[in-house]
Design a protein around this ligand. Structure first.
Ligand code: ZN
Length: 242
């Protein structure tokens, strides 16, 4: 049997400790909630939080992560630049998948990996309709034409990202804004997916379609081989070039 995809779910994990509403929705933290449904899908889960030793990602953990999921909001600036560089390098050079959720649009690793300021329009909680723009894309497998999230924090265009390699989902918010809510990027050897739903006091991670999308995104972004075993030594032209 193939070994399971190793997923590390990194959560800033501050709101759930300080905000009663966030704690009510995700009592053990949204990372552990996400971890539960991803574990049921057969993935090997590691949970990490900003206040853990080495900000949750010592090299031993990072280097055995196939897909890193990132949720941060108020403490982006506290994430060390050295760690961000290691994460970026693991994506670019070793093909680690990187899934940025919701307010991770402005996180240091997402901005560094994708090359963006992460700026967007922002608003209050509204009904959101997520439209499936690419039913043939692996991340959209089994996802209906559209689904409704009764309340989610409005993110609107313009979203100052480079043009995504694939736009899988776009969202409509009830006050009229549109947003590219599911974007894929190839960066070096690594695959990156940004997904907008997931505000800390909304119940989007309970939604079966959101869960399906994240399950699919893990599978899609996991590296196809252990690229760390490759190196310049493996270049077939090396001998001729030298
Ligand atoms: Zn939010």
């Amino acid at each position: 049997m193939e070994s399971p995809i190793r997923v590390t779910i990194w959560n800033e994990y501050r709101h759930e400790k300080t905000d009663a509403e966030a704690r009510r929705v995700y009592p053990q933290g949204l990372h552990s909630f996400i971890g539960e449904f991803l574990a049921k899908a057969g993935y090997e889960i590691t949970l990490a939080a900003l206040d853990d030793p080495e900000q949750g990602l010592p090299e031993a953990v990072l280097n055995r992560t196939d897909v890193l999921i990132w949720w941060g909001h108020t403490a982006h600036a506290e994430v060390s630049d050295t760690l961000v560089e290691k994460i970026k390098n693991r994506v670019y050079a070793q093909g680690m998948g990187f899934l940025a959720l919701h307010s991770a649009h402005a996180s240091k690793p997402f901005c560094a990996i994708v090359g963006t300021s992460g700026r967007l329009l922002w608003g209050d909680g509204q009904k959101e309709i997520v439209w499936n723009l690419a039913p043939a894309h692996p991340i959209a497998k089994g996802v209906p034409e559209h689904f409704v999230l009764p309340e989610e924090e409005m993110y609107g265009e313009p979203f100052l990202i480079p043009q995504p390699d694939a736009l899988v989902f776009a969202s409509w918010f009830e006050h009229g804004n549109l947003f590219r809510s599911g974007c894929c990027f190839q960066r070096g050897l690594g695959k990156v997916f940004y997904f907008q739903p997931g505000h800390e006091t909304c119940r989007s991670f309970y939604d079966e379609n959101v869960q399906k999308i994240l399950i699919n995104a893990v599978k899609w972004s996991a590296p196809q081989e252990d690229f760390s075993k490759r190196g310049f030594e493996a270049c077939p032209y090396r001998e001729k070039l030298l």
